[in-house]
Design a protein around this ligand. Structure first.
Ligand SMILES: O=C(O)CCC(=O)C(=O)O
Length: 230
């Protein structure tokens, strides 16, 4: 499978056409309805709902999307049979996200008890952006190969950032250690349409993923205490 080679080398891969146009439209419709009527975390112009999987019937198909067989088959190709859903789910509407790695940061770093550059650390995110980025730079940005390099590694500076020009229905899978960012200015202003992103986390069934899950659950619980109605 070609995308696995991309994933292993670059730390991310783009998988084309996983969801149909009709499904993508449905995901957008559900997200529109959710953010118009139900509680979310509010940023200046953006909104976000995290930790929603299996506990948010208002999200209809999105409540169980992390178990969709097509996603599971892709995750299995990356992680093998012995993986777990890392209880991380995010739905973003027009959120700005600067460069970062998805390691546990700040108050949550206490949960990261082991070296994330160990051989058996393998935690991934799958992401689908619900709008076309084939002709714009508002997609997900990554620094290919940065998933293998610690912050102190001088060769990190030689790597080049790039925007993934995904289209509706595509899935991106990335190693959570890769440097990545989202939009830093609003797609909404230029395209007069909300920018949506859905992500789920999965990892090898081992103590790295368990630690990561504990930190993620603690962060998501804190975030979920601050949800506000529209
Ligand atoms: O908005 C995006 O495309 C990226 C979001 C992101 O970096 C994240 O969810 O970790």
């Amino acid at each position: 499978m070609e995308f696995i080679e991309d994933f292993e080398k670059n730390g991310y891969a783009l998988i084309k056409g996983v969801f149909s146009k009709k499904e993508n439209d449905l995901f957008r419709e559900i997200s529109d309805e959710y953010f118009a009527s139900y509680p979310s975390l509010n940023f200046e112009e953006g909104k976000c709902l995290c930790g929603y999987s299996d506990v948010t019937p208002e999200l209809k198909d999105l409540n169980t999307l992390h178990k969709d067989q097509r996603i599971i088959d892709i995750v299995k190709q990356v992680l093998g049979e012995d993986f777990i859903f890392a209880e991380h789910s995010d739905l973003h509407q027009n959120k700005l996200t600067p460069w970062h790695r998805d390691l546990l940061m700040g108050a949550w770093s206490q949960y990261q008890k082991q070296d994330p550059w160990s051989e058996d650390y393998k935690i991934i995110k799958v992401a689908t952006l619900l709008q076309d980025h084939s002709d714009n730079d508002y997609g997900l940005w990554v620094v290919p190969e940065s998933h293998n390099k610690r912050n102190e590694d001088p060769s990190l500076k030689e790597l080049k950032e790039q925007c993934i020009h995904s289209e509706e229905g595509d899935l991106i899978v990335f190693d959570q250690r890769i440097f990545h960012k989202g939009q830093l200015k609003q797609y909404l202003h230029e395209y007069k349409r909300d920018r949506y992103l859905i992500t789920f986390g999965y990892g090898l069934n081992n103590s790295h993923t368990e630690d990561h899950m504990k930190g993620t659950a603690a962060r998501q619980n804190t975030q979920r205490q601050n949800l506000k109605l529209p």
